[in-house]
Design a protein around this ligand. Structure first.
Ligand code: DX5
Ligand code: ZN
Length: 217
C-alpha cells in the first residue's frame, strides 16, 4: 500500500465538517477522533456524525475510538460507515472478539496503544488485526508536541510483525508534521495522522503531499 496520509478532522471547523472533509481530496483516509469524556478528558462526536460524514465524502473513514467499552460500541461504527475502526487496548476487555466483529462487518480492525502501553504483551493478537495505532501524544487533544520517546516502539512493532510474517499497517497519531514524520517512517510506520499540520496549513492538500513525500524518502 505504501505511505498513507490521514488528516484528522479534530483540527477542522466542526460547523463546516462536510466542506472540511471534502477539501482534503489528496488524503488516503479521513481520521475521525471519537472521544467520550471518560477515556480521555474531551468530547467530540459519535455515530450519527460518522454516519453523516460517510455520506458526505468518498474518502474512507478511519475511526479512532477514544472511548470506554469499545467492545460494546466498535461494531456500530462499521455500520455507521467507517472503513477502519480502532479501539484502545487499555479500554478493551475482549480485543479478539471485538476485532473479529469489526472485520466480520467488513471494516479493518485496529488496536491503539497510548504512549506508555507496550506492544509486547499483545504479540499473539497481531494476526487478528489489520493495523496498530501508536500514539505519539497522550490522546485527547490535537496540537500537542510529538513524543520522541514513542519512536522505539514503532521500530519494535515493525520487528514483531516481520518476525511473524505479518504485513499490518502501523499508524502514527499525534504531533505528526514535516519535522517529525521522517523519523516515524524510518522506524517502520506507514500510515500518518496529521491534524494541526494539515488543517492549519494554508494549502491542506499541498501539506498532505509534502508529508507523503517526506515519509516516502
Ligand atoms: C489526539 C487525536 C489525534 C489528533 C492529532 O488524541 O487522536 O488524531 O487529532 O492532532 P495533531 O496532529 O494536531 O497532533
Ligand atoms: Zn486520533
Amino acid at each position: 500500500m505504501g505511505i498513507q496520509i490521514a488528516p484528522s478532522i479534530l483540527s477542522a471547523d466542526f460547523a463546516r465538517l462536510a466542506d472540511e472533509a471534502t477539501a482534503v481530496s489528496s488524503a488516503d483516509w479521513l481520521h475521525v477522533d471519537v472521544m467520550d469524556n471518560h477515556f480521555v478528558p474531551n468530547l467530540t462526536l459519535g455515530m450519527p456524525v460518522v454516519e453523516s460524514l460517510a455520506k458526505a465524502t468518498n474518502t474512507p473513514l478511519d475511526c479512532h475510538l477514544m472511548i470506554e467499552d469499545p467492545d460494546r460500541w466498535a461494531p456500530g461504527y462499521v455500520e455507521a460507515g467507517a472503513a477502519s475502526v480502532t479501539f484502545h487496548i487499555e479500554a478493551c476487555r475482549a480485543p479478539i472478539r471485538t476485532a473479529r466483529e469489526i472485520r466480520a462487518k467488513g471494516a479493518r480492525a485496529a488496536m491503539a496503544l497510548r504512549p506508555a502501553t507496550p506492544i509486547e504483551p499483545y504479540e499473539d493478537l497481531l494476526a487478528e488485526l489489520d493495523m496498530i495505532l501508536i500514539m505519539t501524544v497522550e490522546p485527547g487533544f490535537g496540537g500537542q508536541k510529538f513524543l520522541d520517546v514513542c519512536v522505539p516502539k514503532i521500530r519494535r512493532t515493525r520487528q514483531l510483525l516481520d518476525k511473524h510474517g505479518l504485513d499490518l499497517w502501523i499508524e502514527i497519531d499525534g504531533g505528526v508534521s514535516a519535522d517529525t514524520i521522517e523519523r516515524c517512517a524510518e522506524a517502520g510506520a506507514d500510515v500518518f495522522v496529521a491534524g494541526t499540520a494539515v488543517y492549519a496549513a494554508g494549502d491542506p492538500n499541498a501539506m498532505v503531499e509534502q508529508l507523503r513525500g517526506l515519509a516516502e524518502q
